[in-house]
Design a protein around this ligand. Structure first.
Ligand code: ADP
Ligand code: MG
Ligand code: MG
Length: 209
């Protein structure tokens, strides 16, 4: 059984709830090595998305993902807004006008999202950014999708890998974004964007059940 536009909308509502719950945590992380707005930025975007999801829903998963993209691009701001916006836009494009998503399409969408983030932000693994969470997530998603995992299975594998990827940012010295201004002093802190990526994937996985 695939994942319809309504399923994607439900998953996005779950994501919005988790972002709201973790707003202060993300603010605290960003205060340590950035300017302290990451939780506010994301929460503003997902709150705006929540109200749009209350209106008439687009009819395909891709169109719902595109609504998320345009909403995040116009509301989140900072570095993360264009990055997450591009991620959702590329994911939307990659699934085209499919009526339902299966595990393979979700893995492809995650790969497209990562490519979008990298095209936009030029970060590589080890730069202490959301790329450090998303890259292993994509690898895990593709690996389980190739064995026939369903949407929930693919997202759960992605979320687990993203959590480990986010934790791996703690000892790193940031080479992209505001945290890079701190140089060596950025080491010893969890990257807020890597943390939010792992939260997004975890809540997507929960919402896809
Ligand atoms: P800002 O730094 O503009 O205040 P946010 O606080 O919302 O924006 O987002 C910061 C997060 O964005 C960082 O923790 C990092 O994960 C991510 N980020 C910043 N620059 C890049 C980049 N070039 N590539 C990928 N991710 C990045
Ligand atoms: Mg910030
Ligand atoms: Mg900022």
């Amino acid at each position: 059984m695939g994942c319809t536009a309504a399923d994607v909308a439900r998953a996005l509502r779950a994501v919005a709830g988790v972002v709201a719950e973790h707003r202060e945590e993300l603010v605290r992380l960003d205060r340590e090595i950035g300017d302290g707005d990451h939780g506010e930025n994301l929460n503003r975007g997902f709150a705006a998305l929540l109200s749009k999801l209350d209106g008439d829903l687009p009819s395909t998963p891709g169109a719902v993902l595109k609504l998320a993209a345009t909403t995040l691009i116009s509301t989140v701001g900072g570095a993360a807004g264009p990055l997450y916006g591009t991620a959702f836009l590329r994911a939307a494009t990659s699934v085209g006008d499919a009526a339902e998503l299966d595990g393979t399409l979700v893995a492809t969408a995650l790969q497209a999202a990562l490519e979008g983030v990298v095209a936009r932000g030029k970060a590589v693994v080890g730069d202490k950014t959301m790329v450090d969470a998303l890259t292993p997530a994509v690898a895990a998603a593709e690996s389980v999708a190739s064995t026939g995992a369903d949407v929930a299975g693919v997202l759960t594998a992605a979320a687990e890998a993203a959590e480990q990827g986010a934790e791996s940012t703690v000892p790193l010295v940031a080479r992209k974004g505001r945290a890079s201004y701190l140089g060596e002093r950025s080491a010893g802190h969890l990257d807020p964007g890597a943390r939010s990526t792992s939260l997004l994937l975890r809540s997507f996985a929960g919402g896809a059940r």
